[in-house]
Design a protein around this ligand. Structure first.
Ligand code: CUA
Length: 174
């Protein structure tokens, strides 16, 4: 009677693993998964690990003088709400959506960064005029769409270098 029991376990375990992989793919963290998943991102775990955890959002300086801005779009906010960048340098936006399609636009320009869930969008922009700009969502994304907006503060390049970390994440008047 021992043999059928062992066989049952041998069959049941792989089936359980396959079902788990289908239902909770992000729980199975094996290298091959990352390989197959390159360029894809799970909206459900955005905030928890990887490139788009909260501490990684906002503006980061790169060695060549350009900046990288990481943002999350979600119903009905952009995170962070305020983006501070230096004027006259390339701004590499990397954005993901936590739910549906959104489009970040910059008032007074034709710039638009459209994002859909599941993919990281990278787009290069540049702002030559210091100032404050509204960044409304321009893709209908639900009841709160018309109130969904972030702000962009473009500061002169040399001034940007003197901003403290906490001053790089605020659009408040000072
Ligand atoms: Cu987000 Cu409209």
């Amino acid at each position: 009677m021992r043999f059928p029991k062992v066989r049952l376990i041998v069959i049941a375990i792989p089936i359980a693993l396959v079902l788990l992989a289908i239902r909770f793919p992000y729980m199975i963290d094996v290298p091959v998964w990352k390989y197959l998943d390159r360029g894809r991102i799970d909206p459900l775990t955005l905030h928890l690990r990887g490139e788009f955890v909260e501490s990684n959002l906002g503006t980061a300086e790169l060695n060549d003088g350009s900046v990288l801005v990481r943002m999350i779009a979600q119903q009905y906010v952009f995170v962070p709400q305020c983006v501070v960048v230096p004027a006259g340098v390339p701004v590499h936006i990397r954005m993901v959506s936590a739910d549906v399609a959104h489009a970040l636009t910059v008032e007074g320009t034709t710039d638009s960064v459209k994002v859909v869930p599941g993919a990281v969008i990278q787009q290069n922009l540049q702002f030559d005029q210091p100032g404050e700009y509204a960044m409304p969502c321009h893709e209908f994304c639900g009841a709160g769409h018309y109130a969904m907006r972030a702000r962009l503060r473009v500061v002169p390049r040399d001034q940007f270098h003197h901003l403290r970390p906490d001053e790089r994440v605020t659009c408040e008047a000072r």
